[in-house]
Design a protein around this ligand. Structure first.
Ligand code: ADP
Length: 589
């Protein structure tokens, strides 16, 4: 499958063609940049050819019209699908989404969240729909990876009215952080779900992401791509009190301050250039402004590494990427210096010798460093191609999607009473891992279930607390406990059997023991696209050719911000021969 990928910004158009099969190969790479006086610079790379020149386009939208000719000239013809990088998906888009009128409308409604980027992204989408009307297109969102962030990460401590208006943290560079985390796990040779990683993307835009066992837990960008690290021209973290101060002292308007924070700050504000190469050269010649800019830049990144190790409660590796992360050994060294306290030590020779050809991801930690340090090229376009192919592979021609499957092992949802009895009055559970459903988490603490026949130790506790305690086990678990347990939808607890829960401070005997009926969580946008409704029962086909099977009577539950996924238990997963990262397919009846 050949996929054409577009990254359309307000000042540049980057695109690529990828052949996606078991491996993803770049076939063609192109860009149009530096639009000035009706002209722009282009660069096309295909096999051994690297062609640069000037073209008569005065904006990225116009330049897109030149892409079909460019591809034809290089003999790159058969395009099966188009993937678009869309900077903001709000709280709605949790996965790559097939483009149709409705998707375009939903993205357009998010314009206030990214007023510069979304119009540019959508212009490319519309042009592609008119240039290639018969080719399916998929929108891949920069924010989607971070929708797994827990509420205590996404919520700003501001008045309720502001929050209700939509003010919250989102995080960006999601495609890059996801790719980099997967590449690092591959290199380390352990499943991503085992690893606690910090991904450090240092390009013109820059962000750090805490990737906790495969899910983004936190990232340094917030409501907009302005929060967090020092960037090329963006300030990163600034006291919001600056707005009042600058308005009173310099008479600046909100717009003027915002423009300056985006375009005149960061490295440019500190040292007059947004280009780290210039700044490093000047610092080497003794320029004190350039030296201070580098120190601030590194210090800010180092602070986030420490913060995210604390947030995740552990750190296995950090990964550098982006133009600066990939190419500046001295910046990597400055960020890592002093982190020996966390078990992280760089090997200076390996750091200097980094070569990233052939998608390498070299490890550059010192011998004996507990935390690994990796460097790898970010490959957002490659990842967009892959995600586009995946979205289409399981998608039906009417725009269906493959559904991620989440396998639920035995767990409990506790009430306040239960927590008091098990852990002590007023005890607050520690939220260890954010689950993919927004606002849901797994606690650090564990409990034991006790039945007439046996005990189940180290059972997970999922939050937030509920009005009523609910204990979810599999049929196999019910035999181990020696209790006959009914299959029930979550929350339907009338006349369910009793079980005793043991915690460190006491025990709690309650009804509410169920085998959870399989179900699909989804949101209104995905539900509409999949053609399913809240309360409906559908069939889902899962598993490999050997043991795959179709689960009938799967309940659809639509929630405003729900992440679309099918929940089955361990018995069902084992029966279908699948592991944690499987997907299923909705069966059309
Ligand atoms: P974008 O976010 O626009 O994709 P990049 O990832 O290409 O940006 O990163 C651009 C930044 O990388 C610039 O600050 C540039 O100076 C820096 N950079 C590129 N090569 C080097 C290098 N060899 N040493 C230091 N910085 C570099």
């Amino acid at each position: 499958m050949q996929i054409l990928v577009f990254n359309a910004g307000s000042s540049s158009l980057k695109f690529g063609v990828f052949s996606v099969a078991t491996e993803t190969h770049e076939v063609f790479r192109g860009s149009y940049e530096r639009f000035r006086d009706g002209k722009c610079e282009y660069r096309f790379r295909h096999r051994e050819t690297d062609e640069r020149g000037t073209a008569s386009f005065d904006n990225p939208g116009e330049a897109l019209k030149g892409v079909p000719d460019a591809l034809k000239r290089f003999g790159v013809n058969a395009i099966d699908a188009i993937g678009h990088r869309i900077v903001h998906g709000g709280a709605k888009f949790s996965s790559p989404t097939l483009v149709n009128d409705e998707t375009v409308e939903a993205i357009e409604a998010l314009t206030p969240l990214a007023p510069l980027h979304i119009p540019a992204n959508l212009k490319a989408v519309e042009l592609c729909r008119s240039l290639w009307p018969d080719i399916p297109q998929v929108a891949v969102f920069d924010t989607a990876f971070h929708l797994s962030n827990p509420a205590f990460v996404t919520t700003y401590a501001v008045p309720a009215r502001w929050r209700e208006a939509g003010l919250r943290r989102y995080g960006f560079h999601g495609t890059s952080h996801k790719y980099v985390a997967e590449r690092a796990a591959d290199e380390i040779g352990r499943p991503l779900s085992d690893l606690q990683l910090v991904s450090i993307h240092l390009g013109n835009g820059a962000s750090v992401c805490a990737v906790n066992r495969g899910h983004s837990m936190d990232s340094s960008m917030g409501m907009t791509p302005l929060e967090g690290l020092v960037m090329g021209t963006r300030s990163g973290d600034v006291d919001p009190g600056a707005f009042g101060f600058l308005s009173r002292e310099l008479g600046l308007s909100v717009q003027e301050i915002e423009d300056a924070l985006y375009d005149q700050s960061g490295l440019k504000g500190l040292a007059g250039s947004s280009d780290m190469r210039d700044i490093e050269d000047r610092a080497a010649e003794g320029d004190p402004q350039a030296q201070l800019a580098i120190e601030i830049y590194a210090y800010r990144a180092k602070k986030y590494v420490g913060a995210y190790a604390a947030a995740m409660g552990g750190l296995d590796a950090i990964v550098f990427t982006g133009g600066i992360g990939e190419n500046s050994p001295s910046m990597r060294r400055r960020i890592c210096d002093g982190l020996a306290v966390m078990g992280l030590q760089l090997d200076h020779d390996r750091n200097i010798a980094v070569s990233l050809t052939g998608q390498a991801a070299p490890q550059i930690q010192a011998y004996g460093s507990r935390v690994r340090v990796l460097v790898t090229e970010t490959a957002e376009q490659r990842m967009i191609a892959r995600e586009t192919a995946t979205a289409l592979a399981g998608g039906r021609s009417d725009g269906g999607l493959r559904l991620p499957i989440a396998v639920s092992a035995r767990h409990v949802h506790l009430s306040r009473d239960a927590v008091d009895a098990l852990f002590g009055k007023g005890y607050v559970l520690n939220q260890a891992v954010a689950l993919r459903q927004p606002g849901h988490w797994a606690a650090n603490e564990r409990v034991t279930l006790v039945g007439p026949k046996g005990r189940l130790e180290r059972v997970a506790i999922l939050g937030p607390l509920r009005q009523r305690t609910q204990i979810e086990v599999s049929r196999t678990d019910s035999f181990a406990l020696g209790i006959e347990v009914p299959v029930r939808d979550s929350g339907k607890l009338e006349a369910t059997p009793q079980v005793t829960i043991e915690g460190p401070s006491g025990s709690f005997t309650t009804d509410g023991l169920i085998i959870a009926a399989r179900h699909i969580h989804t949101n209104p946008v995905d539900a509409k696209r999949l053609g399913i409704e809240d309360g409906e029962y559908v069939d889902v086909r899962v598993g490999d050719p050997d043991r795959g099977l179709t689960f009938g009577r799967t309940l659809v539950r639509v929630g405003d911000n729900a992440f679309t996924e099918v929940h089955i238990d361990t018995d069902e997963a084992n029966a279908a021969g699948i592991d944690v990262a499987a997907t299923g397919e909705l069966v059309q009846i």
